[in-house]
Design a protein around this ligand. Structure first.
Ligand SMILES: NC(=O)c1ccc[n+]([C@@H]2O[C@H](COP(=O)([O-])OP(=O)(O)OC[C@H]3O[C@@H](n4cnc5c(N)ncnc54)[C@H](OP(=O)(O)O)[C@@H]3O)[C@@H](O)[C@H]2O)c1
Length: 280
């Protein structure tokens, strides 16, 4: 991996915790220089320090991906800091409280739209303007639950990921032959704040509880999907415009079920996964 990411400059939006930070860590471990962003400047500083402490080349700048000027500033910062731009991960994302659409506070629904849809649009635009001009670069958009199937009670999130998939795969067709790779990646279930600190509208708290079992069966620590993400960013995917990769496959689901059966047979306690549900 080291040689395949050496000299690459990679932007990871939402790179301060969870999957984004793990992607940043995997990329610097592979020899890349990484720019991390999120809305919280203290979190950006902490992420940059942790990446540098591992010997990595890293820099950061606060950015709300919903703000076009701030996303443009991330690109300018990457070019000023490291002189080039090779890969852009549109990773920043969030979800709304679990519940029926009419009960979800409109500002929370719109926050998801602004981050997961408008943010991915902004990031894709600035990255592709650079990549198409220079004739190379990889845009990697993060899919999620809802990208291929409807998600009742998670309408904001699920619909946003359906949009991300459609948008990404449309871009891949439009820019075929431009020398760029436009890639979709669904990391499967990842044990991050997004899954462990969940919000629900009143009356829907109990309905969220089975999530703990689902995550125990099929969830991965962020390092696992991050390794695949770093591979997607590497020269291994040169020429593979339109590639879509999914971490949670039928095989991985069967493996999780078998492991659970084995655990029950041996009467071992389940791996702990703390789920907190807050009512909004
Ligand atoms: N966890 C899963 O099981 C799972 C499964 C499939 C797909 N995904 C996708 O993976 C991505 C990362 O999720 P995660 O689980 O790592 O979530 P997370 O732990 O909650 O981290 C989200 C990151 O995005 C940042 N962020 C949120 N809104 C932002 C905005 N408007 N502008 C800039 N940064 C923003 C957060 O920082 P600030 O809050 O400080 O801004 C944080 O760094 C998301 O796109 C998610 O949909 C996750």
């Amino acid at each position: 991996m080291k040689s395949k990411l050496a000299n690459k400059v990679i932007v990871v939006t939402g790179g301060t915790r969870g999957l984004g930070l793990a992607i940043a860590q995997a990329c610097v471990a592979g020899g890349a220089a990484v720019i991390v962003t999120s809305r919280t400047s203290t979190a950006v500083d902490a992420a940059v320090s942790s990446l540098r402490a591992r010997g990595g080349q890293a820099a950061g700048i606060p950015c709300d991906v919903a703000n076009a000027a701030q996303v443009q500033a991330v690109k300018n910062f990457a070019l000023q800091t490291f002189g080039t731009l090779d890969v852009w991960f549109n990773n920043a994302g969030l979800s709304a409280p679990y519940g029926p659409t009419l009960d979800v506070p409109p500002e929370r629904f719109l926050r998801v739209v602004q981050t997961n849809i408008i943010g991915v649009y902004h990031g894709s635009l600035v990255a592709l303007q650079q990549f198409v001009t220079q004739g190379h670069g990889k845009l990697i958009n993060i899919y999620g639950a809802g990208d291929t199937k409807v998600r009742p009670f998670q309408n904001a999130y699920g619909s946003s990921k359906s949009w991300v998939r459609s948008f990404t795969e449309t871009l891949a067709k439009e820019y075929k032959g431009a020398g760029v790779e436009i890639i979709g990646y669904n990391p499967g279930l990842v044990m991050t704040d997004m899954l462990s600190s969940v919000e629900a509208v009143a009356g829907y708290e109990e309905a969220v509880m089975p999530l703990a079992t689902v995550v125990r069966l099929w969830g991965n620590p962020p390092e696992i999907p991050a390794r695949k993400a770093a591979w997607l960013a590497s020269a291994a995917t040169d020429g593979r415009n339109g590639l879509v990769v999914r971490q949670l496959t039928m095989f991985a689901m069967l493996k999780g079920l078998l492991q659970e059966g084995w655990r029950c047979l041996l009467r071992r306690p389940p791996a702990p996964f703390a789920l907190s549900v807050e009512t909004v």
